[in-house]
Design a protein around this ligand. Sequence first.
Ligand code: GTP
Ligand code: MG
Length: 195
Amino acid sequence: MKINQAELIISAVSAKQYPEGGLPEIALAGRSNVGKSSFINKMINRKALARTSSKPGKTQTLNFYQLNEAFYFVDVPGYGYAKVSKKEREAWGKMMEEYFVTRESLRATVLLIDSRHEPTKDDQVMYDFLKHYEIPVIVVATKIDKLSKSKKAKHLKIIKDVLELESGDHLVGFSAETAEGKEEAWRYVTSYIQS
Ligand code: GTP
Ligand code: MG
């Protein structure tokens, strides 16, 4: 997809700050540092619109990126980062739940999993949570550039098996370095924006 307009509309911490207008939204979800913000930048060809960091915990708010005045990518803080207090974890859970459970414009979620590792317990909980609320899931296996050709298919299969992906779910190997998987990811994302 050609992106002509990309703009951070708001960094929200609660529902009253979410943008109005009802444009369809695609949310990101995944562990801290898995590559959520990098995924957005690569998909829309902007080097640093979504702020990234080699240190986990960079994204702390729900960031609504409006694209082509037609839809949003919603970047969210990652989970599974050890160095957060119980209080911070609870605030995170509340903010995430409020968004995922109540947001009517949410069409699908891109769940990012590090292709090098088995999905964590947190990844499984997140996947099951999305399924429970009947939110369509596009699983994106990130950092696929770090795997040898022979290992790619094997690791994708592990992700499929551990999460117990259902037939309607999509799984894409993706690299924010090489753009591998970008067209495929756009095909799935577009299908949810247009439906
Ligand atoms: P939080 O905001 O902390 O939840 O992290 P995030 O999921 O947004 O991760 P972010 O996009 O900031 O990326 C984390 C680190 O992984 C950065 O150093 C990125 O450069 C690196 N990274 C992300 N995607 C890829 C990829 O596809 N390949 C490689 N090699 N590195 C990547
Ligand atoms: Mg981020």
